[in-house]
Design a protein around this ligand. Structure first.
Ligand SMILES: Cc1cc2nc3c(=O)[nH]c(=O)nc-3n(C[C@H](O)[C@H](O)[C@H](O)COP(=O)(O)O)c2cc1C
Length: 216
């Protein structure tokens, strides 16, 4: 099997999306008959190449981070550019890997319905969406914090190669929880107050303006 991988992160080759895709592809290519081509959507040329490859592909994975509760603009641009070539597409199977800076699965949950519908509207067979959270720090986190997720992604790639499907049970394990427990929320509020958001907002003179609604 040949897998077309579309990396939809504006950071391209230095993205967290690439870090998550790597073990998945390792698992997929344990069977030496499997190969992949990665295209990066973060340039005009990359998107053009992606359209050409998409038209010929039978198995596709689109990976992207959550940007403002949805996909980055380059991914949307790419999706819109697929519409005019819809009739040229082969019978393809498609899956997604989406991830968010925030940890709770609830951030990526609602985009899944869109991706399912999009796949069908393009005439493809939707295999599923792998989603995970808390990925902004993945590059700097010690191995013991990321190992479990990266291993699960490798298994996911291996299972795709063996069954042609995305494993639902594993998807749910990777998401962990849609919402934090109350105790976790309590600690994250303390951390925001003293370590992250609020000190940053204060430093930039934006704390008092944090509930402003400039577009209203
Ligand atoms: C402009 C911008 C908007 C973002 N919006 C969200 C968001 O709405 N929700 C979220 O959980 N993370 C958000 N993030 C965090 C990214 O999803 C996260 O940092 C991710 O790991 C980036 O992956 P990448 O390196 O593959 O681009 C945003 C990041 C940026 C730069």
């Amino acid at each position: 099997m040949k897998l077309l991988v579309c990396n939809g992160s504006p950071r391209g080759r230095t993205s967290n999306t690439d870090i998550l895709l790597k073990p998945f592809l390792e698992g997929f290519e344990e069977d030496s008959q499997n190969t992949h081509e990665t295209v990066y959507l973060n340039s005009e040329d990359g998107r053009k190449q992606a359209i050409t490859s998409f038209v010929q592909a039978e198995l596709i994975l689109i990976g992207f981070p959550l940007y403002t509760d949805a996909m980055p603009g380059i991914v949307k641009e790419f999706i819109e550019a697929l519409v005019p070539v819809k009739k040229e597409l082969k019978q393809f199977r498609i899956m997604f890997l989406i991830h968010s800076g925030f940890s709770e699965g609830s951030h990526t949950k609602y985009i899944v319905r869109y991706l399912d519908k999009l796949s069908r509207r393009l005439g493809g067979t939707y295999l599923g969406t792998i989603r995970t959270g808390g990925t902004e720090g993945i590059k700097v986190q010690p191995a013991f914090m990321t190992q479990k997720l990266l291993t699960q992604l490798k298994i996911m790639g291996r299972l795709l190669a063996q069954t042609g499907k995305i494993d639902e049970t594993l998807i749910n394990k990777i998401v962990q929880r849609e919402r934090f427990w109350k105790i976790e929320l309590f600690f994250s509020e303390i951390m925001s107050e003293y370590m992250f958001w609020n000190p940053w907002l204060k430093k930039n003179g934006a704390f008092e303006k944090r509930f402003d609604k400039p577009l209203i």
